[in-house]
Design a protein around this ligand. Structure first.
Ligand SMILES: [Zn+2]
Length: 327
């Protein structure tokens, strides 16, 4: 079933896409927010198939309903293994794209996680993208555009999805089991990502990790205390990934405070703590730490030992703080 349909149907980018004539057969939607991205495409498929001439997608006709349940026989979703796009997925598309649709006038092929497709698969798809059949639509969902061949992206109508607003998330995502403070913190750190909101809300370690991160930044004085603080956030790789998002969001706010852009601070719940942290760091220092967080995220992608990375990050923060206070 399509998740968060109402959120997407009300989304301004979705609405403006549905107000344009369908004069293109290949689309590339880009966002790091995977859940929003995939469901955006499913809703767009609904728009393509919808029988209603005036108000597409109407959500009422049989076409809309079948797409809503993801059971429409003219809609194909890849990868079949639900992980990475393989050459076999593209072969499947090639075998199916010229067949007559079964229960509508169109065929729609959606590739989730298209950034995972290797060069061979992308080249194979390229031939189809050069001349797709008129009644077929190909939609590529991309979390990392750098992994897509330029020849592929140049043949698609590209739309980069804007992060969701706090209001959209608050209206359509139910976090009623959380306390008010916890809710606000989740929305602060998620920065407009539906995927992150849901990850944090379903992770029972979120609140503990959040307070551990704040403790690290306000109480850790020297490298002798490093083991104690790194243990607090080294529960699992997943906890550390969450801690990195939290650190990044805090240092962004610190940077905003140092630039006197108080109105751009996101974590207003912990404003006094942010001020405390900002007292010991200048703009350059906050910027250096944010860059370090990016590089650690990259290393995590390459499966580096996360415990070493935690120590490495905390040590770096101490160092930068030390050098900044010596200036
Ligand atoms: Zn409809």
């Amino acid at each position: 079933m399509i998740e968060y349909q109402n959120l997407i149907l009300q989304n301004s980018q979705f609405k403006s896409l549905c107000n344009q004539p369908l004069n293109c057969n290949s689309f590339l939607f880009e966002s790091a927010d995977e859940i929003f991205l995939n469901n955006f495409s499913y809703c767009f498929a609904k728009y393509i198939f919808c029988n209603n001439l005036q108000n597409k997608p109407c959500n009422l006709c049989i076409q809309c309903q079948k797409v809503g349940l993801l059971t429409h026989s003219d809609l194909k979703i890849y990868p079949k293994n639900n992980k990475n796009i393989l050459v076999d997925d593209v072969k499947d598309l090639i075998e199916n794209i010229n067949l007559t649709p079964i229960e509508s006038d169109y065929k729609v092929f959606i590739f989730n996680n298209f950034s995972s497709a290797n060069q061979q698969s992308q080249n194979k798809l390229l031939k189809i993208l050069e001349e797709p059949p008129k009644n077929s639509f190909i939609i590529l969902n991309v979390t990392n555009i750098n992994k897509v061949l330029p020849t592929i992206s140049s043949r698609c109508k590209k739309i980069r999805l804007i992060p969701l607003s706090r209001e959209e998330l608050k209206t359509f995502v139910n976090l009623d089991t959380k306390s008010e403070i916890e809710k606000e913190t989740i929305f602060d750190i998620a920065q407009g990502s539906l995927t992150k909101v849901l990850n944090y809300a379903n992770n029972s370690d979120f609140s503990d990790t959040f307070s551990s991160c704040i403790k690290c930044l306000t109480e850790m004085r020297d490298s002798k205390q490093l083991i104690k603080y790194s243990a607090m956030i080294s529960n699992s790789k997943q906890t550390f990934e969450m801690a990195l998002e939290i650190f990044e969001s805090i240092f962004r706010d610190v940077l905003m405070l140092r630039l006197n852009k108080q109105n751009l601070v996101k974590n207003n719940n912990i404003y006094d703590k942010l001020v405390m942290i900002a007292q010991k760091l200048d703009c350059d220092a906050a910027d250096l730490i944010i860059k370090k967080i990016y590089s650690i995220k990259k290393q995590l992608e390459f499966n580096c030992n996360y415990i070493l990375l935690i120590d490495n990050l905390l040590l770096y923060i101490l160092e930068v703080k030390f050098l900044c206070n010596k200036k």
